[in-house]
Design a protein around this ligand. Structure first.
Ligand code: SAM
Length: 233
């Protein structure tokens, strides 16, 4: 069954963008997923197809109107989760991406200006998701990030069937570092164990490298890993 993505945006020309190339592009051609983009301005008001207005309470910038957004949402809404991209949202995780990839698809609402009138988010019981603790100029790039992360997990999209199993965030550990030919480059040799052909030793080396990297770079993930019952190295 085709995984269906709908994007609501005032910049429809930004899609499919990078999702039209590489793995996602091929998967779209193969019918593994489909993208429909809706221009929110088609539901805008007046001669200028206006989608925003000044904020109640004052302050800088403009806010996207709930009535306009609600009409745009009505044009595509179904059983799929409705997601609003916003820095106020819950951080996007690999776990949520996996759940979304296993479902029928998603409807993504991209904010612009100062953001979206909160009432339409609540009335539509939309899920608010952030892609990180920084502020983008619009939700479109955040939507592309979420879609890219989900599409690569759809059945048949990735080359090696198990390449998603070991990668970062599939377990609480970050992934081990990678090396390829030449075995010595710029006076730097590949770690000896990796060229030994000893599969048990390679697995142990990779686990240790993943633990050490996670401990140093992401103590929050490392603590989760230890709490899950793993032994500290
Ligand atoms: N005034 C808002 C705030 O401080 O939370 C920022 C608005 S931002 C300039 C405009 C739009 O970009 C947001 O409505 C949202 O759709 C999107 N956006 C910005 N940063 C984001 C992030 N980290 N994750 C997801 N969407 C983001």
């Amino acid at each position: 069954m085709t995984w269906r993505a709908d994007v609501l945006t005032i910049f429809p020309s930004m899609f499919p963008g990078p999702l039209g190339d590489s793995l996602a592009g091929k998967a779209m051609e193969a019918g593994t997923w489909a993208l429909q983009v809706t221009d929110i301005r088609d539901f805008g008001l007046g001669r200028h197809r206006s989608v925003d207005d000044t904020p109640f309470g004052g302050g800088a910038g403009m806010v996207m109107r709930p009535d306009v957004l609600d009409a745009a949402i009505s044009s595509v809404a179904d059983e799929r989760p409705l997601i609003v991209l916003t820095p106020r949202g819950a951080p996007l995780t690999q776990k949520r991406v996996q759940q979304l990839a296993q479902g029928p698809g998603a409807i993504l609402l991209c904010g612009r200006f100062e953001g979206i009138d909160q009432r339409v988010i609540e009335a539509r019981q939309a899920e608010e998701i952030s892609i990180g603790d920084y502020v983008l100029s619009g939700g479109e790039i955040a939507a592309l990030v979420l879609l890219d992360a989900a599409i690569r997990l759809l059945p048949g999209v990735m080359g090696a069937a198990d390449s998603a199993v070991e990668e970062s965030f599939s377990s609480p550990l970050l992934e081990y570092p990678h090396y390829t030919r030449p075995a010595v480059w710029a006076d730097r040799a590949v770690p000896e164990t990796l060229t030994s052909g000893n599969h048990a030793a390679i697995a142990a080396w990779r686990l240790d490298a993943a633990r050490q990297t996670t401990k140093i770079r992401r103590p929050d993930l490392y603590n989760q890993y230890i709490a899950s019952g793993a032994q500290a190295p």
